[in-house]
Ligand binder design. Structure first.
Ligand code: SF4
Length: 221
């Protein structure tokens, strides 16, 4: 049974790695900014960029919305692709101010599917970023998928190897109880095992999932 296997994987990972305490951030808005900045870079760089925004006292929707895009780009330079990411942050803020008066609290009344669609319509916000915002900032029961998720799922034959983002999301969402805390921890644990063991070349020996049925033929993720 898929649901039993998914729970078994979760338990093995949790037993080994423990709680991952995701997503680092003091406020909903900081988590959202982090989710947008983390694309194609590592978290240390994101932290530096967020640190710059905090030092400039700009880490609020209103203050950031009133900041010129060039100034914003300079502040988030450590996160890489800073011109593109500054525009993405601005696009998100434009959407928030145009539709919800810049008030994240207003999002609470919006149905998760609708919110997801709206986030995906913001230029530069893709599925992983939208779902990270939904799960980690807004506490919605949405499973975040990334390359690590795909690699583990394919190698453990939980889904067909050409499954796309939505199919992978469905795999987890339809076979696990809808539980924000579980989804939060599960995604973080998959990232951890992906970084430490399930690399492009799998290091199965010593991995918490090494006893489970698997194939490691898939090396292109
Ligand atoms: S490294 Fe091997 S055992 Fe670990 S998750 Fe990847 S395929 Fe599974």
């Amino acid at each position: 049974m898929l649901s039993e296997r998914l729970i078994e994987i979760y338990e093995l990972l949790f037993e080994r790695f423990g709680a991952q305490h995701w997503w680092p951030g003091e406020t909903e808005f900081e988590i959202i900014v982090g989710a947008i900045l983390t694309q194609n870079t590592n978290w240390d760089n994101v932290e530096k960029a967020i640190g710059n925004l905090k030092s400039a006292n700009l880490l609020s929707p209103e203050r950031l919305h009133n900041t010129k895009v060039l100034e914003l780009a300079e502040l988030i330079r450590p996160a890489g692709y800073f011109n593109i990411k500054a525009k993405r942050l601005k696009n998100f803020l434009d959407w928030l101010f145009d539709n919800y008066d810049g008030d994240l609290g207003e999002l609470e009344a919006v149905d998760t599917e609708q919110l997801r669609e709206e986030l995906l319509s913001v230029k530069g916000i893709g599925r992983e970023t939208a779902d990270s915002i939904l799960l980690y900032a807004l506490n919605r029961g949405v499973f975040v998928v990334d390359a690590y998720t795909a690699r583990v799922a394919f190698r453990h034959m939980l889904i067909e190897p050409d499954a796309d983002y939505e199919r992978l999301r469905e795999l987890f969402e339809s076979n696990l109880p809808e539980d924000v805390q579980l989804f939060n921890e599960y995604h973080a644990l998959l990232v951890r095992v992906g970084k430490e063991f399930c690399k492009p070349k799998a290091r199965c020996t010593g991995c918490p999932l090494e006893e489970l049925p698997r194939t490691v033929d898939i090396e292109d993720f």
